[in-house]
Write a protein that binds this ligand. Sequence first.
Ligand SMILES: [Zn+2]
Ligand SMILES: [Zn+2]
Length: 138
Amino acid sequence: MKNLIDDTYCPLCGNLECHADNDGWCLAHGWDCGDFHQYLNETSEPLVDIIHLQGDDYETAVDAANDQGGSTEAVVAYLAQFDYGDETDSVAEINGHTKFVELERLQHQLHEADHGGLHYWLQVDHGLRFYGLYRRPL
Ligand SMILES: [Zn+2]
Ligand SMILES: [Zn+2]
């Protein structure tokens, strides 16, 4: 079984070359490596975590989406039923937002689709049987 995060990539920025050598010099970012990571985190958009489905719940979502043509839009439409709008945003305020850069650095597929006038990001890992849905705060 594959790890969620491939540890050959920097866990903070996802760059394969981002490793400090013994002198603290990063091949990707030089001495500014730490500043770069802080910059990434500060400028990255906060996203609301709508729903994560795994295992049987994931299979149910796959089947439901396949009945509707199996497109990214169909998956997002299925998962978006778990989006309770302001209520979901309130929960995210408490639990904390996911920074966009965190999604990008995970070694999952990331798709985008619109549904119900909102823009969603869909995280997919067919190997791990996993879906995650995100959007900007309302
Ligand atoms: Zn890095
Ligand atoms: Zn670096």
